[in-house]
Design a binder for this molecule. Sequence first.
Ligand SMILES: *[C@@H]1O[C@H](CO)[C@@H](O)[C@H](O)[C@H]1NC(C)=O
Ligand SMILES: *[C@@H]1O[C@H](CO)[C@@H](O)[C@H](O)[C@H]1NC(C)=O
Ligand SMILES: *[C@@H]1O[C@H](CO)[C@@H](O)[C@H](O)[C@H]1NC(C)=O
Length: 925
Amino acid sequence: MTRPELRLILLGFFLISASSAPVKKIFTGKETRKTQDVNIYSFYINSTVTSRYATTIITSRVANRLNESQEIFFEVKIPKNAFISKFRMTIDGKSYDGVVKEKADAQQQYSQAVSRGQSAGLIKSVGRTLEEFKTSVNVAALSKVTFELTYEELLTRRLGKYELLINAQPMQTVADFKIDVHIHEKPGISFLEVKGGLSTNDLANAIKTTRADSDAWVTFYPTREQQTKCKDCDKNGLKGDLLISYDVERQNPNGEMKVSNGYFVHNFAPLDLPRIPKNVVFIIDRSGSMHGKKIEQTRLALLKILSDLSEDDHFGLITFDSRVDLWKRELLKATKTNLDDAKSFVKKITDRGSTDINAAVLEGVNMFKRQPQAGSASILILLTDGDPTSGETNTERIMSNVRKAIGSKFPLYCLGFGYDVNFDFLTKMSLENNGVARRIYEDSDADLQLQGFYDEVAVPLLTDIQLNYKGVSNLTQTNFALYFNGSEIVVSGQITDNNVESISTEVIAISKGSKVTYQNTVTTKDVIDVPSEHEDFVERLWAYLTVKQLLDKHVLLEGPEKEAVKNEALKLSLKYQFVTSLTSMVVTKPQEGDVEVADKPKEGKESHRPPVSSYPPLPPRIGYGLSAGSGFPGRIGQYGPPPYPGHQGRPGLPGQPGHPGYHGILRRPDWSSGSAGVIMSQLDSESEADLGISYVMKTPIMAPTHVTRKLVAPTQSVPAVRNNRFLLPADGQTKPLCFDVPIPHKLKLLQDSALGFSMNGESMAKTGFQQITIHYKTNHHLTINTNSINYNDGQNNVQYLWGQEPSQHDQEGIILILRDNEMDVTIGSIRVVIVLHKKRGDVFLWPVVWQQPENVTLAGILGKDKISYEEIQGSTLKIMDNDVKASWDEMPDYRFPSAPVVRCWLVPFQAVMNGEISDFTVTHL
Ligand SMILES: *[C@@H]1O[C@H](CO)[C@@H](O)[C@H](O)[C@H]1NC(C)=O
Ligand SMILES: *[C@@H]1O[C@H](CO)[C@@H](O)[C@H](O)[C@H]1NC(C)=O
Ligand SMILES: *[C@@H]1O[C@H](CO)[C@@H](O)[C@H](O)[C@H]1NC(C)=O
C-alpha cells in the first residue's frame, strides 16, 4: 500500500563483485566485494517535491579501478509506493535507457535472454517499506559507468504530516555523497523537521536546511569520515535514514488547486471542523495462532486504544475463534466505567481454537444494525492473523456475506497480523467495503502499529464527501465515505477546455449530522505556479493517482470490466513509463543481446518471513498508516459515479492491495539464491491467469518522458544590496540572524591557526566574491575564481575548470571534489564548499562552511559556529548580553545553488562579530 507519504526511501547501494573473471557473473554476492577495485566516486540523491508529488533521481558514478573488465552493480531501494519512471546507464559516453513495456512483451524478451544463460535484474520487495532495484553492467578496465534512476510518488498525508524518507546504504564510503531535497508548496510550509538515524550526532552538522515561505531545501553532504560515524554506520559507509516531515499551511478551507498544462489537482483537508462521534467495533482474532506475543501485543494496543476513545464515542468488542463472543451485546458509550469494564475484559483475552471470520464480522455488523446512531461515523475493524478455518471457510462466500450485510453503510478495515494471513482476501474484502487492509508486521512494535492505525481513523471530521468540478474530465475518485483529521483528500483530473479561465469546485459533505458545502472558483491563471521545465508534474500526478486507483479496482472487478480497467491502467503506465504491476522495464545492456527486466513485485505473494533486521523498531508514527495508495489515507471510497469511462461505480479505494505500511526495516540483500530462478518465479506468480487474455498494445511506446527538474527559482525579489549579506544559522527553533558587510573588501573568511588553515575572499562590486583563496600549511594554496580553480603545492600548479563532470582529487590531506558549480574541499575537520552562482549575468562565488571543529569559534567572518539570542520585545534582540535593534529583513541564501530568498533578523555587524570590519580585512588574499 501506499507507502507513506513522505517517505521516499532510497537506499543507495552497491554490491561489488571483484572477482577477476572478466565477463559476466551472476550475482556473486557481497562476500567477493573489494571496494578498492570499484570506486563509487559520486553518489547523488536529488528529490523535488511539488504539491506532494515527489520525483527523485539517484545518480551514481562508479569507476572500475581494475585493469580488467568487471561486473559493477547498482542497487538502490525505493519506496514501495513509488513508480520507477526512468533508468539510464551511461558507459563511454553512450547511454542505455530502460524501456517500459507490457509485462508479457518484456517477459518474452527476458526469457530469450535467460535461455541464453544471461543474467537478469529485478526489483524485489524488502521489508515493510522498500523495494530494491538492482542491476549490473560489465565495465571495461579502468572505465567508468553512470547509473541514473528516477522514481515518482505522491506523498500521502497521515497524522497531520507528509513524510519523505531517504535511506542510504551505499556499502562503501563515497567521496562525493550528497542528498538534495527541494520542497515547494504554494500555500506555505507550516513545519519541517529532519530526523532519522542520519541526522544524529556527528552527522547533524552535515545537514543544512533553509526555508522560504513556500519552499524548503534540505541538503546533506557528509564527508567520508562522517559517513562512518552515524548510528549504524561503519567502515562500509552510511547506513540509515533521513526522514523529512512537513505539513503545509491551510488558510483556505476550500483546499488548494493547482493547474498546469491542462491538468489540475485539488488538495482538500479542512481543519476547523468538530469531530464526529464514532461507533467502533473491534473484532479480534483469538485463534490458536495468535498465541504468545501476538495476543499480548493486541491486548496492549487495545488497552491503549480504549484509553484514547472520547466519551461521546460508542464501542464494542468481539473476540472470536471458532466461537464468537461479544463483550456486550450493545455498543456502549465510552464512559470511564464502561472503559474500565472493557479493559478488564481485554486483559483476559487469550488464544484458543480456530478462526471463524465470517461469523465474527457478521456479528459486528449486527451490532451496528441493532443500534443505529445518527450523526456519527461507524467503523468496523477486523484484526486477524490467519485464514478462515472454521464455520464458513470459502473466502468468496465470506466476502459475499459481508458485502451484503454491510451494504456500503460503513467501512470495514482489515488488519492482517503476521505472515500467514491471506492478505489478498483481506485486501479484497476491505476494498469491497470501502475500507483498506493494512499489514501489521510481526515485530516488537506490533502494538504501536495497531495503535498507529487506530490513530489515523480516530477523529472523523466529515462523512459522505462528494467533490464536484465543472469543465473537467477523467477525474480520479471523487467520493469518499469519511475524512479523518490529519489526512487529506486529493482529486486530480483533466481540464476539458484549455481556454477556460476559471474552475469551480464544490465539496458537499456531512459534518456532525449537518450538511456542509465548500464552494470555490479559482482563476486558472492564479493557480499556475509551476516553472515551465516542470509543467508536466500535475499531469504526471494525475497519471500516478489514476493508475493506483485503477490497479485497486482491478483487484475487485471480474470479466470485461476487469479487462477494461486493466487496459486503461496499462495504457497510462506505458504512456508515462511507470513500472507498475502491469508493466516491466527492459534494460538492454552494451553487450550484445544482454537484457534485464525489472518488475514491480507483488507484496501479497512474497514469501513472508519476518524481515531480519538489525534496526531497532522505529518510533510509532513511522511505521504504518492506512495505506492509501492514492493519496488518501484512510479515506473510504463510496459508490459513486464511475471516475473512469466504461466502468461502473465500484468502491474506488486508495490503498494499494498488498503494499502495507512502512517502517524502515532494511534487509541486506541476499542474492545467493541466484537471480534467474527468483525472477522467473516472480514473473510466474505475477502473470496471473486472471489478468486475462493477452492482447496487443497499439499505443506506441514513448521514450521516457521524464524531464529534468529544476529547483524552483524564488519568486520574491532579491533586495538590491550594496553589501554582502551573511546568514547566521540559528540554533534550532529561533529565526536566523543576518548581517551586512560593505563591499568591496578583501575579507578574512575563516582561519584555524591550529590547523594552519585560512580562507580569504575578495568581494565583487555588486554581490558575492570574485576570488577566494584557501591556504593550508605554508605550501598549499587554492585560488578559486569564477573561471577556474588553481591548486599550487609550492612547486606545481594544477588548474581545473568549472562546469566539468564531477571529479575528486586527494592530495596530501586535502580532499577536493569538483562538481559542475561547486568546489568542495575538506582539510582536517574543516569542510568548505565554494558555490559558483550565475544569476542574470552576474557570476560570483559564495563560500559555505559545511563543517568546522565543534564548539569552537574560529577567526573570520564565517568562524561563528552558532549564535544564540533572545527576542526581548518587538524587534529588540538580546545577543551576548547586549540589547540589539534588529529589523526583519530578507536575503538570498547563497549557501544553496538556487539562492532561495529567506527571512532573517538583520543586525549590525558589530553585534555579532565582536569587532569592527577592519578587524576582518586582509591586505593580501
Ligand atoms: C594488470 O596489472 C597487473 C599488475 O599491475 C599486471 O601484472 C597485469 O599484466 C595487468 N593486466 C592487464 C590485462 O594489463
Ligand atoms: C485535528 O488535528 C489538529 C492538529 O493535530 C488539532 O489541532 C485539532 O484539534 C484536531 N481536530 C479535532 C477535532 O480533534
Ligand atoms: C536536482 O535535480 C534538478 C532536476 O534535474 C536539477 O535542476 C537540480 O539542479 C538538481 N539539484 C542538485 C542540487 O543537484
